[in-house]
Design a protein. Structure first.
Length: 227
């Protein structure tokens, strides 16, 4: 055994191998996060010098270069410079070095409230207008947050329509029920006897305030209550 050890050392210094750059190929951030860490490793036998190559989009990577000793690693801080993500983002960050080129695919997941009407007691929805069944003087809607962040929902009181429900702060996936009732109307003898109302629902999501129409068709003798 002693001969084996001595023979290895007796041949003189073994030339160091070249530097080799290694990275984890993907970085997936949690929903809503725009900052993360990318680790660069030198798995070779000589010091490695690296620098930041081109990156798609407007990310900030700091530091943008440096030296890594054999067997060591260096940390770079990744930040996506955008105040709010309205959709998921996929970008590639490239690192250049004398030990090769490496790419990291970064995935950012949007954290965004999304307003949705998932159910209602209307007969036909024509564009942005709810057509209520003949002779029915109220409308029920189920509202839901289909996004990944809290959603503020505030139905607006408008002339001729009594709005029952809200305002709400909906957690992701949460549903609430909105009830609107026709008021200040009576059967006027028209055939058909339409009564159109506006329904505005304000949200703090990217959709903002949504404007809908509601059409009621009264039957002979019907009188809607006062607002």
């Amino acid at each position: 055994p002693g001969g084996e050890t001595g023979g290895g050392a007796g041949g003189g210094a073994v030339p160091a191998g070249p530097p080799i750059l290694a990275v984890d190929p993907t970085l997936t951030l949690a929903p809503g996060e725009t900052e993360g860490t990318i680790w660069l490793r030198n798995v070779g036998g000589s010091p490695l010098t690296w620098s930041l190559g081109e990156a798609e989009g407007p990310p900030l990577v700091s530091p943008a270069g440096g030296t890594i000793e054999p067997g060591q690693q260096a940390m770079t801080a990744f930040e996506w410079y955008q105040p709010q993500l309205h959709s998921d983002v996929d970008i590639t960050v490239t690192f250049l070095s004398d030990g090769g080129t490496a790419e990291v695919a970064v995935h950012l997941t949007a954290l965004e409230p999304v307003f949705s009407i998932v159910d209602g007691t209307w007969n036909i929805r024509n564009g942005n207008t709810f057509l209520v069944d003949y002779g029915v003087m109220d409308l029920g809607l189920t509202l839901r947050n289909d996004g990944t962040a809290p959603l503020a929902v505030d139905p607006q009181e408008l002339p001729g329509l009594d709005v029952i429900g809200g305002p709400w702060l909906l957690a992701p996936g949460q549903e609430v029920h909105l009830h609107v009732v026709l008021c200040n109307a009576h059967y006027s003898g028209g055939i058909p006897d339409f009564h159109d109302r506006d329904l505005h629902i304000h949200t703090d999501g990217w959709q903002g305030t949504l404007d809908f129409g509601v059409r009621f068709t009264l039957a002979p003798g019907q009188v809607a209550p006062a607002c």
